[in-house]
Design a protein around this ligand. Structure first.
Ligand code: DGL
Length: 262
């Protein structure tokens, strides 16, 4: 049984890299649904149906533990998957998301005013607000949707992406912690840290997910012992372009990335 990692695109590679760096010995299958990007601009019905297809695919690849690295898919689909789809389709498979670990991290440091930057669909779901308030009901939260950021990153336009970061940063002058609530945003974390006041803690999922998964496996020995450890790392996407390949090659020393045959 392997570890599956799902995202809509490039961002998931950042999280997969964090897992591999923390635990290189496990077998991973990363799947990016690049054909349907950006998820953040899709309807909830579309996001749910793409995510179900991705789960079926990763299960067919022998993944027994699947991490939905995509915040948008986590926001819209995780609850349904955990409560309805997985128990009926593949009851032995475990599916986790990124929102709860990120919320735990954000609240680990006495946060009082938290900002959340995410896609339209994630902000529309208010999942971060809901989960943050469950733990700390008096927290002040500012949610901002950044619909243009993912398309700028996916089209390799980092000049536009940095201008957008500057625009969004202005919305967060009065917070103490900023959640980068999209797996694509770690690619811009240094820029956010550079333009925001140094008193604002920027929470970037690439820096927390490795430790969170490790901790999860230590607490769930029954899952951990079923995971294969041949250090096989497989990278698959639904549609491959040159830019994607280049960014992937910049991120990993050696990477074979393939488009899935349909
Ligand atoms: N990477 C996804 C997330 O974490 C969103 C990207 C997209 O819009 O497809 O929310």
């Amino acid at each position: 049984m392997k570890i599956g990692v799902f995202d809509s695109g490039l961002g998931g590679l950042v999280v997969t890299k964090a897992f591999i760096m923390a635990m290189p010995e496990y077998d991973y299958v990363y799947y990016g649904d690049t054909e349907h990007l950006p998820y953040g601009e899709k309807t909830s019905g579309q996001i749910l149906s793409y995510t179900i297809e991705a789960m079926k695919f990763l299960i067919s690849q022998k993944c027994g533990l699947i991490i939905i690295a995509c915040n948008t898919a986590t926001s819209i689909a995780l609850r349904y998957l955990q409560q309805r789809f997985i128990p009926a389709y593949a009851p032995d498979v475990k599916v986790l998301g990124v929102v709860i670990p990120t919320v735990e991290e954000a609240l680990a440091d006495n946060a009082v005013r938290v900002g959340v930057l995410a896609t339209n669909a994630t902000i529309r779901s208010h999942i971060y607000r809901e989960e943050l308030l469950k733990i700390k009901p008096d927290l002040e939260i500012k949610e901002v949707a950044a619909p243009e950021l993912v398309p700028a990153i996916e089209s390799n336009d980092f000049t536009a992406a940095e201008q957008l970061c500057a625009k969004y940063a202005k919305e967060f002058s009065d917070i103490d912690s900023l959640i980068l609530g999209c797996t694509h945003y770690p690619l811009l974390k240094n820029y956010f840290r550079h333009i925001l006041p140094s008193s604002i803690r920027v929470i970037s999922q690439d820096e927390l997910m490795g430790a969170k998964l490790k901790d999860y496996l230590e607490r769930h020995i029954e899952i951990d012992i079923a995971l294969s450890r041949r250090a096989e790392h497989k990278f698959l996407v639904s549609s491959l372009n040159e830019h994607y390949r280049k960014v992937a090659e910049m991120m990993f020393e050696k990477i074979d990335i393939e488009a899935v045959e349909k």
